[in-house]
Design a protein around this ligand. Structure first.
Ligand code: HEC
Length: 141
């Protein structure tokens, strides 16, 4: 009887550890794909794009530049802001990934800051729509 109980206990520990490991790796995977799966709730209307442009000019232009080509004159000296008007998206090219990049910033140095807390989600989606409106149109979504 005692041996059976021990066997069951060991079994529970083994299964439990397995579940824990699976859920830990699952969490990392979920975080990466969470951004990709985020749906843009803001229709790319003229209003949304105009609102996004205002946010861009106020918060982003000095680093990313007038036409978002990454050539902002006021960018700190050792900082290389990305071109946001070309087809290359190092941090992910879906609306949700661009949203998450602006919301969470880009580590480990965070020259690209996290705007969570400074901009509302709506502001960020508007900026995503604005960047879409100035970038290459086809095949990048
Ligand atoms: C202090 C300068 C600075 C400001 C201000 C700034 N950025 Fe950035 N941004 C950067 C840098 C530097 C990178 C590149 C980060 C990296 O790859 O390490 C970057 C990267 C990005 C990327 C990722 C581009 C890609 O190829 O995937 C997006 C999107 C972006 N910025 C949007 C914005 C928006 C929108 C704002 C305004 C709300 C903003 N940034 C404000 C410096 C800045």
């Amino acid at each position: 009887m005692r041996r059976v109980t021990t066997g069951i206990m060991v079994g529970i520990v083994v299964v439990g550890t397995g579940l824990f490991a699976a859920s830990a790796s699952g969490q990392q995977h979920r975080r990466a794909s969470e951004a990709a799966r985020l749906k843009n709730p803001a229709r790319a209307s003229a209003e949304s794009i105009a609102a996004g442009k205002r946010v861009y000019q106020r918060y982003c232009l000095f680093c990313h530049g007038d036409a978002a080509k990454g050539d902002g004159a006021m960018a700190p000296e050792d900082v290389t802001p990305s071109n946001l008007a070309d087809a290359a998206w190092d941090c992910g090219s879906s609306d949700g990934e661009i949203f998450a990049t602006i919301r969470d910033g880009v580590g480990p140095k965070f020259d690209m800051n996290a705007y969570k807390g400074r901009l509302t989600d709506q502001d960020i989606w508007n900026v995503v729509n604005y960047l879409r409106s100035i970038g290459p149109k086809a095949g990048t979504r």
